[in-house]
Design a protein around this ligand. Sequence first.
Ligand SMILES: CC(C)(COP(=O)(O)OP(=O)(O)OC[C@H]1O[C@@H](n2cnc3c(N)ncnc32)[C@H](O)[C@@H]1OP(=O)(O)O)[C@@H](O)C(=O)NCCC(=O)NCCS
Length: 173
Amino acid sequence: MTVEIRYEKDTDIEKISYINNLAFGQTNEGMLVEKLRLNPKFIKQLSLVAVKDDTVIGHILFFPIVIENGSKQHKSLALAPMSVLPEFQKKGVGSKLIKKGLKIAKGLKYKSVIVLGHKDYYPKFGFLPASNWGIKSPFNVPEDVSMAVELTEKGLKDVSGVVRYPKEFDEVG
Ligand SMILES: CC(C)(COP(=O)(O)OP(=O)(O)OC[C@H]1O[C@@H](n2cnc3c(N)ncnc32)[C@H](O)[C@@H]1OP(=O)(O)O)[C@@H](O)C(=O)NCCC(=O)NCCS
């Protein structure tokens, strides 16, 4: 299956919400993307779509966050949310979105990405338990869903603390 990964365009916005709503079976994540797009920290090159035959079938967003330890703040990115239309899942579209996103993030000089997700899915892209670095989620989630990947060698060296998400994430539920 030929799938192109590219930056989102304004004309993709409605379709992105639609894909999130269908993939998650609720509107929370689609609304989260819409709210984050209005946040000045939103980076257009880190909101990617998967396109097949001119149709958008998947989306991934990486949003700037900080890992906070006392007065120290380390810049990173959160991979969230990510969605593929149900009929195109398990065909490698999600993998393509993640790989391209990590490459672009590295090109933008980010040194790491964190994610809350399935422990059997993300390790194949280099993610390891965030607890390896003493990085904690602010949300009440099982420890093994909290993961991080270094985009540069030792990108998380001496980094530990609590992930601080923008307030829009508090409303996802
Ligand atoms: C999570 C999600 C984005 C993954 O997208 P996807 O396109 O299905 O992902 P992939 O196809 O790359 O990988 C999914 C699985 O299919 C397998 N797969 C990949 N290519 C395949 C192929 N050609 N044939 C068969 N299986 C394949 C992968 O190995 C993977 O297997 P795993 O479940 O054992 O890890 C998608 O399932 C989704 O939208 N889910 C609902 C929303 C959600 O939960 N989002 C994540 C939290 S933010």
